[in-house]
Write a protein that binds this ligand. Structure first.
Ligand SMILES: Cc1cc2nc3c(=O)[nH]c(=O)nc-3n(C[C@H](O)[C@H](O)[C@H](O)COP(=O)(O)OP(=O)(O)OC[C@H]3O[C@@H](n4cnc5c(N)ncnc54)[C@H](O)[C@@H]3O)c2cc1C
Length: 536
């Protein structure tokens, strides 16, 4: 092939949202990757747009938060609301989320936002590319084989149909809902399956008179003709209508969830008008796509040297906007582990934790998305399907836990630095400048010690050498970092003589609440357990 090499430490199947995120995160760790994307140009029709605080924290860690935010402000109102109406021009039924960012400032240096998926993919592609990643468009993966030392892919190039073999140490399968890699490995989805043949109608129409000054980012519409949701551009002149249900499901349940049968232009215009509640509204149809609202998780997220991520690993209805976010978090969880194993700084056992950490989170998030679908769009299903009780969005976005006795999720305001939780965001000061703990714990191990815990910092410096030059920063609060609000010790759940060790993905690996008589030995054991290796 013209524009590609034929080997890299990490191969990536699929150059969509999750494949590009994986390439960008790997690049931030100095790992070269080779991504194959079947399409020659990415689809201009957006799907995802709602991106959560934790996702923005990940983007912040690779230096693209500002680019994402400024593009978002061009496309959508900031701090928008999610509401339900009977029709867009009609009666409000519910305020689902009155302001996307109400009450979030104490929890994160980042804010939730809306940004169209093609715009985000462009930013991620540039970031990955600048970091040395190679992304090959028009390259379809047609075969995959692995052995004990690597993975072979057969690629078919769209331009001339020629086949070409490439080899890598590892493969990330981010090739979407119809993942060929997952199928080749014989890994099925399991879960509730598909419950609506849904339709997205992309259109242009002047809806500004009905939106007015209201900061509505997403508008659910529920009326006798259809149930679904509108997402509009900032000027309210174009957007899409997602349709999950047609007509009265009590009369004909099967017909109601087959929303994508008549795709004639006149029918699509009729549906947009029914959603707006204006029979004569001028509407231009710009496109449509069909998709199945589904709640499934792959039985396994790993097979040998192949890791499954994004929609290839889990499918959920878009209610709550968790699908793309969860896939990006998969990529973030995996990138640092692959990087440390490839660099010889961690044992290969570290890679086992990808599935044990991410699968329970995927199962939980898929079910919460399904619960939101039932609550917002299909309430008549509740008695029959018994979805899990809804939990606060914060638990899904910031409160998911890895290998924790607390379970799979908790209120992030209550976890206080417990091992397995995301290290909390606190503003500290370094040389007079405000700095978030989230920024200090991004991309490398970090040890935070209380003011009387300088022995931990000395132990960390020695440990970095004993673990082969592991990137490990260490700070003594009060000496290296000021804590003007006095929030650090309660926030991280340690005393002034204790310490907390945070992983490169910002999750707490271990903490010692108090002084230890042999801090070096204790820290070596903690790092060894986290890295699945021994000190040299
Ligand atoms: C209407 C709608 C609204 C949504 N809104 C949100 C939202 O607001 N927030 C959110 O987080 N999520 C949302 N989602 C979900 C989100 O769009 C998906 O979860 C996300 O796109 C998954 O990304 P992915 O990279 O895993 O898969 P995809 O985006 O499907 O990318 C997979 C890529 O792999 C390529 N590929 C497939 N097979 C091969 C092959 N054999 N060889 C090479 N390449 C291949 C495909 O061409 C594609 O580019 C929404 C979904 C829908 C339908």
């Amino acid at each position: 092939m013209d524009n590609m090499t034929d080997e890299a430490p990490v191969l990536i199947a699929g150059g969509g949202l999750v494949g590009l995120s994986a390439a960008a995160f790997l690049a931030s760790h100095g790992i070269r990757s080779l991504t194959f994307e079947r399409l020659t140009a990415s689809s201009p029709l957006p799907r995802a747009a709602f991106f959560h605080m934790r996702t923005l924290e990940m983007f912040r860690s690779i230096g693209i938060e500002e680019a994402v935010r400024s593009q978002s402000e061009k496309e959508f109102v900031p701090d928008g609301a999610i509401i339900a109406m009977d029709t867009l021009s009609g009666r409000k039924l519910a305020d689902i989320i009155p302001n996307l960012n109400e009450g979030v400032d104490a929890l994160s240096p980042c804010r939730r936002l809306f940004l169209n998926q093609p715009s985000l993919e462009r930013i991620l592609r540039n970031c990955a590319h600048e970091g040395g990643a190679t992304i090959v468009p028009g390259a379809e993966i047609v075969d995959v084989h692995q052995d004990s030392t690597g993975v072979n892919l057969t690629i078919r190039k769209a331009s001339d149909g020629r086949r070409h073999d490439v080899r890598g140490d590892y493969l990330i399968a981010a090739d979407g809902a119809h993942s060929r890699v997952r199928a080749a490995l014989g890994i099925d989805y399991e879960g509730r399956g598909a419950f609506s043949n849904s339709l997205t109608i992309y259109f242009t129409a002047d809806l500004a008179p009905y939106i007015g000054d209201n900061p509505w980012s997403l508008i659910y519409v529920n009326n006798p003709t259809l149930r679904g949701f509108f997402r509009l551009n900032r000027a309210a002149t174009a957007g899409f209508l997602g349709v999950n249900v047609l007509g009265d499901p009590q009369l004909d349940a099967d017909a109601a969830v087959n929303a994508a049968t008549d795709l004639s232009e006149s029918r699509l215009i009729e549906l947009v008008r029914a959603g707006v509640g204006k029979r004569d509204l001028p509407v231009r149809i710009d496109g449509y796509s069909r998709w199945r609202a589904t709640a499934n998780v792959a039985r396994r997220l790993r097979d040998g040297r192949v890791f499954i991520a994004g929609d290839a690993a889990h499918l959920m209805p878009p209610n709550g906007g968790f699908g793309g976010n969860t896939g990006i978090h998969d990529a973030h969880n995996l990138a640092w582990k692959l990087a440390l194993v490839i660099k010889g700084l961690a044992g290969s056992g570290l890679l086992d934790s990808y599935e044990t950490e991410r699968k329970p989170v995927a199962v939980f998030t898929v079910e919460q998305s399904f619960s939101r679908y039932v609550a917002r769009t299909a309430p008549w299903l509740a008695a029959r399907v018994q979805p899990a009780p809804l939990v606060d969005d914060l638990r899904i976005e910031l409160g998911y836990l890895y290998d924790s006795p607390l379970g799979v999720h908790a209120d992030p305001r209550s976890t206080c630095g417990a091992p397995g939780s995301r290290a909390p965001h606190l503003w500290l000061e370094r040389r007079g400048q405000r700095v978030s703990t989230i920024d200090l714990a991004a991309g490398r191990y970090v040890l935070f010690a209380g003011g009387a815990g300088s022995a931990w910092v000395d132990a960390a410096k020695e440990a970095a050498n004993r673990f082969g030059g592991l990137p490990l920063d260490a700070y003594c609060i009060g000496r290296d970092l000021a804590d003007p609000g006095g929030q650090f010790l309660p926030g991280f759940g340690i005393s002034s003589s204790g310490a907390s060790l945070v992983r490169p993905d910002g999750f707490v690996a271990w903490r010692c609440p108090d002084h230890a008589t042999e801090p070096a030995a204790v820290l070596h054991a903690a790092l060894g357990a986290s890295l699945c290796t021994r000190a040299k």
